[in-house]
Design a protein around this ligand. Structure first.
Ligand SMILES: [Zn+2]
Length: 397
């Protein structure tokens, strides 16, 4: 079983170790070491990465038996003594987030008796789940309190205690297991049993920033970032806000109101545009109807019309056929073509059959009833489609 350096020296990121065992995890080789500073995924904290000799440590896992397995990108022989280096940046990031979590959980516990029931250290943000629902005001108070402890730069100690000693300590959370316990001691503020890696003074957490809160199964899930991640978040928000205020020329705090006003304006304008289009369609339909070709006593309007979608074409076709004696076949001007066929109440041509005949040669999909049929996706020469429509409308059935 590996001696775990990070239990007592979480700052240590370089060490020498002997390979004591080899195995495979999936299709990758994995090794056990007599001693290790690599943290295996556990307790909500992701594993470390780094180098073992020439091999890259891509993942670190812990078996049920308590062995730490270093998953590698290449084979390494047992019995070798190798130099190992833990990726310091990744480890420090995890230490900042994890210590920040202790402070945040302790602050919620102390101020609001809101126990932490879950913790996840994610690749971008981390989250804690609180057992109860907490107000926005309560969240802000706990965030301030946790940051106060950061800025007081209190020592973060590591203590090992027996089960009996642990029972006498005011631990924030009942320990999940017996035997010797590792206790993380934020001086004068929080004691909690934990096997993870933490910074040695709270000041190294830098800043704890809550990003969001959502209700979850009667409790609250809080997302947060600490230290370097808090700085990156600030940069992201700063750039996003700067980008927005360049477009709308207001102070950052006025942005929500400005966006709301813009959305209302767009809605009004869409409605006004729709009214205008409907009125225009009426005039256009009247013009088309008056210029309709007379074929065997029927007034046919077979046309491709620019700038109209399916609904626009349908409105025009219906307007044309609102008077007796009309048959209309309207198309869009760009391929794949949209088609709308309609007839006046006194006409008997089957629009659905005409559309079906058109689609047999021009493709597309659609259908409808004898008095109104609609389709889309027709391809080919527009002039030929218009000719075919004229032929099909006039074809005796
Ligand atoms: Zn911890």
């Amino acid at each position: 079983m590996s001696n775990r350096i990070y239990y007592t020296e979480p700052q240590c990121t370089e060490f020498d170790a002997v390979v004591t065992g080899t195995t495979r995890q999936g299709d990758r080789p994995a090794v056990a070491l007599d001693t290790t500073a690599f943290y295996p995924t556990s307790g909500g904290q992701p594993h470390d990465t780094g180098m073992l000799g020439d091999a890259r440590v891509v993942e670190v896992t812990e078996s049920d038996a308590g062995e730490v397995w270093h998953v590698l990108d290449r084979d390494v022989e047992a019995g070798q003594r190798l130099h190992a280096v833990v990726d310091r940046e990744r480890r420090f990031d995890h230490m900042q987030q994890h210590t920040g979590q202790h402070l945040l959980s302790a602050a919620f516990d102390r101020l609001h008796h809101a126990r932490t029931v879950g913790f996840h250290l994610g690749a971008v943000v981390s989250s804690v789940d609180l057992a109860i629902d907490v107000s926005a005001q309560a969240i802000a108070a706990a965030e301030s309190e946790a940051n106060r402890i950061v800025w007081e730069d209190r020592p973060v100690g590591i203590r090992f205690v027996t089960e009996a000693e642990a029972a006498a300590l005011p631990l924030r959370k009942e320990p999940a297991r017996g035997g010797t316990l590792r206790v993380i001691d934020v001086e004068g503020y929080d004691l909690s049993a934990c096997g993870g890696t933490h910074v040695s003074r709270t000041g190294a957490v830098g800043l704890i920033a809550l990003l969001s809160a959502e209700r979850l199964r009667g409790g609250t899930r809080l997302e947060f970032v600490c230290g370097g991640r808090a700085l990156r978040s600030l940069r992201t928000f700063r750039d996003a806000v700067a980008g927005c205020i360049r477009h709308v020329s207001v102070m950052p705090e006025e942005l929500p109101g400005a966006i709301e006003r813009l959305q209302a304006e767009v809605k009004d304008q869409r409605k006004a545009m729709k009214d205008v289009q409907e009125r225009l369609a009426g005039y256009e339909a009247a013009a088309l109807a008056s210029a309709a070709e007379e074929v065997n006593g029927v007034r046919q309007v077979v046309q491709a019309i620019d700038g109209r979608d399916q609904n626009g074409l349908k409105a025009m076709a219906l307007a044309i056929c609102s008077n007796p004696g009309f048959e209309a076949a309207l198309f869009s001007t760009t391929a794949p073509y949209v088609a709308v066929l309609a007839r006046s109440k006194d006409r008997s041509v089957d629009c659905a059959a005409v559309l079906k005949a058109l689609m047999e040669t021009c493709g597309g999909r659609g259908g409808g009833k004898p008095d109104l049929a609609q389709g889309g996706g027709l391809t080919g020469s527009l002039a030929e489609i218009l000719d075919a429509a004229r032929r099909e409308l006039s074809r005796p059935r």
